[in-house]
Design a protein around this ligand. Sequence first.
Ligand SMILES: [Zn+2]
Length: 418
Amino acid sequence: MKELIIKYRKIIISIIIIFLSIFLYSNKPYSLYDINYLQKINKKSAENSKDFYLDKMKKTINNNDSIEKKIFYVKKNQNLGYILEKVGIQTPNKILEKKKNNCLYNIYVNDKITIESKGKKLYSIERKNNSISCIYKTEDNSIKKVNKNLEADQDIEQYIFFNNIDNSFYKSALKSGLSPNEIMSLADIFGWDIDFSLEIRKGDSFGVVIDRRFLGEKYIGSDIKYAVFKNKKKVIEAYRYKKKYYNFKGVSLQKQFLKAPVDFYRISSHFNKKRLHPIFKTARPHLGTDYAAPKGTPVYSTGDGTIIYKGRKGGYGNTIIVKHGNIYSTLYAHFSKYKKGTYVGKKVKQKEIIGYVGSTGYATGPHVHYEFRVRGIHKNVLKIKFKKGKRLNKKTINKMKSIHQKNIPIYLWLNKTM
Ligand SMILES: [Zn+2]
């Protein structure tokens, strides 16, 4: 045996090196797009994504043909000649002409100047600020105003985040790289389908494709382009279209009722299946759902409707009942305070605040007791079949799909991987 090992020493070492380099190399492409992964990725999806991203890289390199791009932000007492001199490029005569349409003649502090060149050979100079976008091209020795919109000034970077949920959706999302604001947006997108405080189970997972917008170096916001949530029972996808979210068939995720009357991140007991009502539990069956949250947390109506009850109601304490159409109503109890301006007969919108968490009535701690009622009788919301969200027309569905077309391989990859 020993002899064998010595004999094949070189081969064994090379095999180890090959495996090691495959392992290291296969990890590499993910950093290209800042993909955050906290779980092992199987070899096949790694290969697919690697090809995909390498291909994408190759294309961008070919397009630019190794043109160098340099970006400057104009400082006090600087003009274009000064900036070009820094890069070692002579200022084109066209730019020195004092003419009405020469939008490169005068430049202002904080304007963004992008210079494309190969060594001393100039290709283009671009000037951008909130109201002007203007470009000079050596190719045809001309200066052109491009457009005047704000969007053009923003740099957009696409990121992909995903993770399994261990014990808290919020923590898992934070770990994946999402910011607190982005996590709230994500919860809002699925707020009609998932109760993030009660329905999340260990092993559920989520994935997000997000555009982060930058103005120069400054982060100015982000938009979730696509999101997917995998729950034991269901997989829900969300495609962004005109600031709203739809499934792939073009059905809106917005529905008549939100799952919960409080924002999930305010809820104190996420995985606690034991409810708060020892009094009710022993004396009579507990109807409804309790969301424990700090006193003063805003409580909102889960659907559009009209307030039909406001006042003290025995063990419920300060209570509001909202009627939604002819058969449904929702009840919210134990308020510490009502929202100013609420009264019986007032029309409320979905997610409009109606009161604040408290512990009036029979309550051992601050929480909102929420009941969903059908013809006045409490029903388990999970068992009611609601109408589906509105569906886009065919033309609009195609528009939505065309916006996402180039991202579909990324979504597929994400779904396979998460
Ligand atoms: Zn309760």
